[in-house]
Write a protein that binds this ligand. Structure first.
Ligand code: SF4
Ligand code: SF4
Length: 340
């Protein structure tokens, strides 16, 4: 069932939804970007339709609700442990098709990667439903078509496409039917818009030879990459974290444990006891990141980790293109054993 809403109807719909759900959506933040007077689109809680950015691609991913950059997991005091409280009101996250595909990757890592589910992730995940933002065109650096993340047919409550000032919505959830009927100007079949062609293309090799680990292609990134980790923090599928214990008392018996986002590109990520470090150079770290996203994850779960959102290319201060690297890996894989 599909609906067409005027701006006012959509505004009322969001207002009403906001009484039942917390709405987490891309928001244009003026002047809050990387440099002075540069805008950024990042996720935040919204209370009105005007706050939701439906035109621009978000610079940061939706994942900050499911995997916050810093999250207190539990408190401890003299042998007693209590998990941190969480606001248990339901949440709707507004996101595009590539990010819907990224949710599957997050679920895979936190819920289906071993015998135990991640309790803290599962608690947040259980609160979340989705609203799909349609894509009328490809954005710069996207390669969702080649990664097969450009289309989403289910898993959302409703979709949102803004066309000529009206909102076109494909409603999947019958529970919201009355709300849509009360605010829509007409009923018609709606198919969410999706990207059919990107400017950027990648070819992912079916397999890579062991020679890829010593291939000279990585050397370039030892000098170009500055190890800032931005590419990881904007990525909707990066899931690495570290733990921090914060002590309130000198005897270390009272405090809290936090889960904090980590990046495989920054110093310290592979430090081990005794002063060792597995991947010292930025080229080695790049190799790890790229092969994890297009090879190692697939070997374990049967599909690629990367969804082709292009955010890592958008954000890199050194203009390093991850999609270019994928294509270089493909060329190296074709050359196979001829490669050193
Ligand atoms: S690796 Fe880059 S293109 Fe792939 S999902 Fe992450 S941010 Fe998007
Ligand atoms: S954003 Fe660019 S410079 Fe920073 S760690 Fe990633 S690849 Fe390296």
């Amino acid at each position: 069932m599909g609906y067409v809403l005027q701006k006012e109807g959509f505004s009322k719909l969001i207002e009403t939804l906001g009484k039942q759900y917390r709405l987490f959506a891309p928001v244009l933040k003026k002047g809050e970007g990387r440099y002075t007077d540069v805008d950024v689109v990042r996720y935040d809680l919204v209370s009105s339709s005007d706050q939701i950015e439906l035109e621009k691609k978000s610079d940061y991913a939706f994942k900050e609700f499911l995997t916050p950059l810093s999250e207190t997991l539990f408190f401890f005091a003299e042998g007693n442990v209590k998990e941190a409280d969480l606001d248990m009101r339901p949440v709707i996250i507004f996101l595009r098709s590539c990010d819907m595909h990224a949710v599957k990757r997050l679920d895979q890592i936190y819920l289906e990667n071993g015998s135990e589910k991640d309790w803290f992730y599962a608690r947040r995940r259980g609160l979340v439903s989705f609203a799909l933002i349609g894509c009328s065109h490809s954005f710069e650096n996207c390669f969702c078509v080649d990664m097969k993340s450009n289309v989403t047919k289910d898993g959302y409550l409703f979709s949102v496409d803004q066309i000529d000032g009206k909102i076109y919505s494909d409603l999947k959830d019958d529970g919201l039917k009355d709300l849509f009927e009360a605010n829509a100007e007409s009923v018609q079949d709606v198919t969410p818009q999706y990207v059919k062609e990107n400017q950027v293309h990648v070819t992912i090799p079916d397999k890579v030879d062991n020679s890829i680990y010593k291939h000279p292609l990585w050397d370039e990134y030892t000098s170009r990459c500055i190890g800032c980790g931005r590419c990881n923090f904007v990525c909707p599928t990066c899931t690495c974290y570290t733990m921090q214990d914060v002590y309130y008392t000198e005897n270390g018996k009272m405090g809290e444990r936090r889960r904090v986002g980590a990046s495989c590109m920054v110093d310290g990520y592979t430090n081990v006891a005794g002063g060792g470090q597995y991947r010292k150079t930025h080229g080695e770290r790049m190799r790890f990141k790229v092969l994890h996203k297009i090879f190692d994850f697939r070997r374990r779960f049967g599909y690629d980790m990367c969804v082709g959102c292009g955010r890592c290319d958008d954000v890199c201060p050194e203009y390093i293109s991850y999609s270019n690297i994928i294509n270089k890996v493909n060329e190296a894989a074709k050359a196979g054993k001829e490669v050193q």
